[in-house]
Design a protein around this ligand. Structure first.
Ligand SMILES: Cc1ncc(COP(=O)(O)O)c(C=O)c1O
Length: 462
């Protein structure tokens, strides 16, 4: 007979049917267990716990890749033991890393891809830190050479930047100067820039694919505004393009758009390979337009792995397998394959945006024609009974994760909802999602009184 079993939050419960003879039927959750566990049992405990995570394919909040093909899976399992930093031990992985960032330099129109410098990173956040550090160090060097103080560097960017830029400014003592977005100036567009830029400005960040909405910032207009400031004041300010998402979309879907190294003021660009680079989580890239834009004193030479290796990164050890996955995709897809994959995501995004607009309750902020991401708001005056957080909750009940959140300054009283279309959200799945959004909007519209608004949580927005 089984004794009365009680739930104890401090312990994992192990089904007594599966525990091996002599094995405990519970294991501590927060304390390292005293004894080993059978591998099958440990596997089952974890397998069961992660069953409660969401379904990655229905997660339309994240930009990060959730699907790769079987060959990528095979390559991954053959290479997960490679440490990217062991370049002496894994020279071919190191060589492949270089093939990749040079290919990307070419995609971004570096004047001489063989004369550029770049690196892989753990993601865009690390890449942005490196880009920001190079800007800061070059600014310091120029100021010192001119006998000017270096105590108060600032970085100019939209209030809609991703949190990694706030971290950069905080961690490296750089004043963050946010240009607020508004209904009239929906992104950093060069307007009013002269009020933010001065001789202490290390750079301006332009975003290709604003996290909140997916819209591109007009890098050429920002560059032109900085040209005008330079003419007037003599202050020359470089641009770093945060192309976390757009860096692997624009070259394929908007090849005519000049946002990259075709603009001389653009010193460096980052992207997340694990977003529209289509690789599993854990890989980003940064490339500088020319070697001299990455100050040499930021690069360390290390010898303890054998050989003398240059390293410019915040991390030391990190997985090398993702670099191989990126190279696999470059070989497998080529330009035309990437174009086709990104185009099909964009077709789905625009289909969904049109469908959502037709429902009648919503106003689109954008329609997915930059990166395959779009946001919408409840049309002012449509209802007082519900808001987009309620709709987000209703969709979650169907398994779909479609976050609602507030916009940044100066639009923080506006709530939007956003869909990120990634490779793997087929038109068929999207059609089903649209039906659910229509049904749930209809349900909410039939309410005779207001839904409670206490305890609503903004969705996750990166
Ligand atoms: C514009 C932008 N920059 C940086 C990041 C951070 O990227 P990662 O998650 O690769 O560190 C994101 C993530 O969504 C982003 O959208």
């Amino acid at each position: 007979m089984q004794a009365n079993r009680q739930f104890d939050p401090e312990f994992f419960d192990i089904n007594p049917l599966f525990a091996r003879p002599g094995e405990a039927t519970a294991a501590p959750r927060y304390v390292l267990g005293a004894d080993p566990m059978e591998p099958e049992t440990a596997y089952q405990v974890i397998h069961d716990e992660i069953m409660l995570d969401g379904n990655a394919r229905l997660n339309l909040a994240t930009f990060v890749g959730t699907w790769m093909d079987d060959h990528a899976g095979r390559l991954y399992s053959e290479a997960f033991d490679k440490n990217i930093v062991d370049k002496d031990e894994y020279p071919q992985t190191a060589a492949i890393e270089e093939y990749c960032w040079r290919m990307i330099a070419g995609l971004w129109h570096a004047p001489e891809p063989m004369e550029t410098i770049g690196t892989s990173t753990i993601g865009s956040s690390e890449a942005c830190m490196l880009g920001g550090l190079a800007l800061k160090r070059r600014w310091q060097q120029a100021r010192r050479a001119a006998g000017k103080p270096t105590a108060q560097p600032n970085l100019v960017m939209s209030s809609a930047v991703q949190v990694c830029w706030e971290k950069f400014c905080n961690y490296w003592d750089v004043e963050a100067r946010f240009v607020p977005i508004s209904e009239e100036h929906r992104s950093l567009d060069g307007h009013d820039l002269a009020n933010y830029v001065d001789e202490n400005t290390i750079g301006v960040v332009a975003i290709m694919g604003v996290t909140y909405t997916g819209a591109y910032e007009p890098v050429a207009a920002i560059s032109a505004a900085l040209d005008e400031i330079q003419e007037r004041t003599g202050v020359s300010v470089p641009i770093h393009v945060d192309a976390a998402s757009g860096g692997m979309i624009a070259p394929f879907l908007q090849p005519e758009l000049e946002w990259d190294f075709r603009l001389e003021r653009v010193h460096s660009i980052n992207t997340s390979a694990h977003k529209y680079g289509l690789v599993y989580p854990g890989l980003g890239w940064i490339v500088w337009r020319a070697k001299d834009l990455l100050p040499e004193d930021l690069v360390f030479q290390v010898s303890y792995l054998g050989g003398s290796m240059p390293t410019f990164a915040l991390n030391f050890s990190r997985p090398g397998a993702q670099v191989l996955l990126q190279y696999y995709l470059f070989l497998r897809l080529g330009f035309e394959g990437y174009r086709a994959v990104q185009q099909s995501s964009q077709d789905v995004a625009r289909y969904l945006a049109r469908g959502i607009e037709k429902i009648g309750a919503f106003t689109l902020w954008n329609d997915g024609s930059d990166i395959p991401v779009f946001a919408w708001r409840l049309t002012p005056g449509h209802t007082r009974n519900w808001n987009l957080f309620h709709l987000s909750d209703r969709l979650r009940a169907h398994g779909w994760l479609v976050p609602a959140y507030s916009m940044p300054d100066d639009l923080s009283d506006m709530t939007v909802q956003r869909i990120v279309v990634r490779n793997g959200l087929s038109l068929d799945l999207a059609a089903r999602l649209l039906t659910v959004i229509e049904q749930e909007t209809e349900y909410l519209d039939r309410l005779e009184g207001p839904m409670p608004v206490e305890g609503q949580h903004p969705g996750f927005t990166h």
